[in-house]
Design a protein around this ligand. Sequence first.
Ligand code: S3P
Length: 440
Amino acid sequence: MTSILSHSAAALTGTITVPGDKSISHRALMIGALAVGETTISCLLEGEDVLATAAAVQQLGAGIEQQDNIWRVYGRGIGGLIEPSSVLDLGNSGTAARLLMGVLSSHELSATLTGDDSLSSRPMERVMAPLREIGAEFVARTGGKLPITITGTGTALPGDETLKVASAQVKSAILLAGLNAQGNTIVIEPQPSRDHTEKMLNFFGADISVEKMTDGARKITLIGQPEITGQKIEVPGDISSAAFPLVAALITLGSDLTIENVGINLLRVGVLESLRDMGAKIDILNKRNTAGEPMADIHVRASNLTGATIPASRAPSMIDEYPILAIAAACAEGTSVFEGVSELRVKESDRLAAMAFGLKDCGVDTETTGDTLTIHGTGSAPKGGVTISSRLDHRIAMSYLVLGMVSQEPVTVDDGGPIETSFPGFIQLMNGIGAKMDEC
Ligand code: S3P
């Protein structure tokens, strides 16, 4: 375990890029493995989560080569993956585990999936239930937890599911299973979630359509067994990673920072809307498209933030950004209320508890009532001066290191290791623009 100490920082200035989008990176490898021919990926996130997916698709028979920052995937075609000879270890990655469960459901093979202590405590029944409907079988640990052995079927039925949880992972698992089902797979999501799978399947040539319903729901229809062929993909920077330097710049006096090439998928930008509601000065520049995804440069300046109420309806579009938004709220003037955030309890850690207790320890008054988190911002430098447990959760570790940048006393995070899952080079990048973080 390497603990990291974050001291009070100078103004953050400069122009940076952040590592590739984690969600898009996983999907590029998996869909590339199911396509016919070669897929070339640049700017793939080379974090532990995505490397676990790369290793898994290799164990399933896809060819993977890496040269400098270009990754090549030699796909086996839809339904063409082979039974792995050993366990698939997905480390800390919920996306890798759940999406692969979808892929494997419609292959005639058996595979056992495992992960670290954090992943092995996360709920998998939400994915297994719809996949059983199409013919897959599962043997799971008590409570539907990993390790899980899945036996897929070569004659999968097409899924027809209305999602019970707003989850892009569940939606994507059903759609990926539907690639090798005969007929139309239909997923209705009452609350829209990130649509990277839909966009990427379309980019690879699958026949997939999205209908917006009058009540705001989305109905996605995928025609089974399409011909998908290898593509060239440039992965945009991850807005979930960009959110850390972005909030750091907002709360550090005199900062003026540009983050280039960030993915701004409409179903991911809730954090920008929420920060603007709090008075953040954020400009989106140079909008363009890459592999069917929108991308832009984000310019941010230090701002006097005020508390805001973030409605539950926005949760799916910023689900991973609540920890760092909580840091912004802790430094803002007045009270912020995050409504409808119960899903935070089943992320890499119980993020609701991690933010409520950790902020209290740092001298910020917080309350949780049901699925609402209330933060009474200090409007000035919080006390800090404590050691926070990262709970095997990269975003908890990075959030508290950002808080240390504006606290009266340094903040220590007990284990910086989990940061490698999504943001390799985080400490160096932050120190390069004005942070003072030391490994100790
Ligand atoms: C992801 C979906 C979200 C998010 C996760 C990545 C994805 O999870 O929290 O980090 O790539 O589909 P849920 O689907 O559980 O909300």
